[in-house]
Design a protein around this ligand. Structure first.
Ligand SMILES: Nc1ncnc2c1ncn2[C@@H]1O[C@H](COP(=O)(O)OP(=O)(O)OP(=O)(O)O)[C@@H](O)[C@H]1O
Length: 522
């Protein structure tokens, strides 16, 4: 999801509210509203969530495959035993959320999703909790991420891209009309239903505008002043890098990047590190592949227009600047009309989008080739819900679901492109997964950069001295190399000679296990 750079430490007590959050749902709240004469008034309003807080237990559900892992959640396909209804269960560890000061983001996502109702937005059905976790039962998007469709197809045709981007525009218009900025539009957050329609997901970075129609609970909104930026590096507009306040135009820039990615296969400002990506964004360094049509090129060019307008030379000799949101179609005074009538969308039946036939989905190659026992194995629980449901896969670790071998490359975070680590690679070798982890020893622990490459090689590097501290001998045989996960952040890499214990603060223990196993079974 989003990279959220916090510039401040939130009050720990506020974070603890997470634990009582679900209890607040039915409480009466004092809301700030505007009277017709413009004065701010306080009014008491009974606030009840549409998606109820249920008293379910995790054992009421049959858990299937993991849809994905976010920075503070896992999303698992779950079937309610009583009636067979299928959900995407977003599972969040309370302790982790509190420790990482994510309380306000979680609250906001819950509250916002509760009030949104649009075929292009993932629906929240209900929530529940237990001692360890909060659960959000979301509409299950069985078609996966648009990102995977782009990866599997290499790139999309203009007709496919037109269909998907029109559905995104339609949903974004609704979200913006509700007074919300999504702030993390990207192909990973555009999910597909089993029949291939788009649903916007991941409202963890959402920003309600002043006049938003969304009711926000106290302390649910993220503290913007504390943030350097919210979003994902490759899709962040230049004005956000300049600390300008969030506007609807931010999402339209991200839409432009997403459309470019659909048509080309990669994001427009791709580079070797976040810093280089930011330089490209600021310089607006875009190269259009030759196969882009004139209409596609023009639309992307407009969506990726800079908002800054240099107006006049001041007496100091510097230029005064102001912003002009109308430069991005959809953000100006004409609203979405100007975006929808752009030549790229010629022929789109905006009123009946959802009854159109979507592009054919490219199937997940791993689900076709995976062996039956891997494919059919349900996701065993650990650290999710109460301890009584913990299960073991016989190796002391967890059974994981079948996972696309293609998706292994996605596990590599943006820092895998950090040039610092390139020096440890041989020609043609690339990083598949990388984490700043703690290597736990009996008494002490050491920070290391754990790196998995396509060779395959598994090494760990001292990040300050930039020297290789260890090379874990690779084997495709799980008797000679296996990973045991004991919690979302703790895992052991076991070889016949050594057992190395690691702690990944970003809770990617299960991802490490999956990455290594996927490579062993390639
Ligand atoms: N309703 C859903 N149906 C199917 N898959 C989903 C659904 N919601 C999320 N996912 C999958 O789970 C992954 C993790 O989702 P989640 O919202 O927890 O994290 P994220 O917000 O995308 O990541 P981060 O928290 O790092 O920003 C998503 O990338 C997506 O692939």
């Amino acid at each position: 999801m989003a990279v959220i750079f916090d510039g401040s430490r939130r009050d720990v007590e506020e974070s603890l509210e997470m634990l009582t959050m679900e209890k607040e749902f039915d409480s009466k709240l004092v809301l700030q509203g505007n009277s017709s004469n413009g004065e701010t008034i306080s009014r008491s309003k009974s606030f009840a969530f549409k998606a109820p807080q249920e008293n379910f237990k995790i054992q009421d559900f049959e858990l299937d495959k993991i849809y994905g892992v976010g920075s503070y959640s896992k999303v698992v396909r779950a079937k309610r035993k009583e009636n067979g209804a299928v959900y995407a269960l977003k599972i969040m560890d309370k302790k982790f959320i509190t420790k990482e000061n994510k309380t306000s983001y979680v609250k906001l996502e819950r509250i916002v999703l509760d009030q949104l109702e649009h075929p292009g937005v993932v629906k929240l059905f209900f929530t529940f909790q237990d001692t360890f976790s909060l659960y959000m039962a979301l509409e299950s998007c069985e078609g996966g991420e648009l990102f995977d469709q782009i990866t599997r197809k290499g790139r999309l045709s203009e007709d496919e891209a037109r269909f998907y981007s029109a559905e995104v525009v339609d949903a974004l218009e609704y979200i913006h009309n509700m007074g919300l900025i999504h702030r993390d539009i990207k192909p990973e957050n555009l999910l597909l239903t089993s029949d291939g329609h788009i649903k916007i997901a991941d409202f963890g970075s959402v920003k309600p505008m002043q006049d938003s129609q969304i009711t926000v609970l106290p302390n649910a909104a993220s503290d913007d002043k504390a943030c350097t930026f919210v979003g994902t590096a490759a899709y962040v507009p230049p004005e956000v890098l300049n600390s300008s306040p969030a506007t609807f135009g931010n999402d339209l820039w991200a839409l432009g990047c997403t459309l470019y990615q659909m048509l080309s296969g990669t994001s427009p400002f791709k580079d070797a590190s976040e810093w280089l990506i930011f330089q490209r964004i600021i310089a607006r360094d875009i190269k259009f592949p030759n196969h882009f049509s004139e209409a596609a090129r023009d639309l992307i060019d407009r969506l990726l227009s800079l908002l800054i307008r240099e107006t006049q030379v001041l007496s100091s000799g510097t230029l005064s600047q102001d912003t002009d949101p109308s430069r991005r179609p959809g953000a100006g005074s004409e609203g979405y009309a100007s975006l929808k009538r752009h030549p790229f969308f010629k022929g789109v039946d905006w009123k009946n989008l959802r009854s159109q036939t979507p592009p054919k989905l490219a199937p997940d190659p791993s689900s076709q080739t995976a062996s039956p026992e891997r494919d059919g194995s349900p996701w065993n629980l650990t650290h999710v819900g109460d301890a009584s449901v913990m299960q073991n896969d016989g190796h002391g670790g967890l059974s994981s679901t079948s996972e696309s071998s293609g998706s292994i490359t996605r596990l590599a975070s943006i820092d895998s492109f950090d040039s610092r680590w390139q020096q440890f690679l041989e020609p043609g070798e690339s990083v598949l997964m990388i984490s700043a982890v703690k290597k736990l020893q009996k008494i002490t622990s050491k920070k290391v950069q754990l790196i998995l490459t396509n060779k395959p090689r598994l090494i760990y590097v001292d990040p300050s001295k930039l020297v290789v501290k260890g090379n874990i001998i690779w084997s495709d045989n799980s008797n000679d190399l296996n990973v045991q996960v004991s919690s979302p952040s703790h895992f052991k890499i076991c070889t016949p000679k050594k057992v190395l214990s690691f702690e990944d603060a970003k809770q990617r223990a299960l991802q490490w296990k999956k990455a290594i196993e996927t490579l062993q079974n390639r």
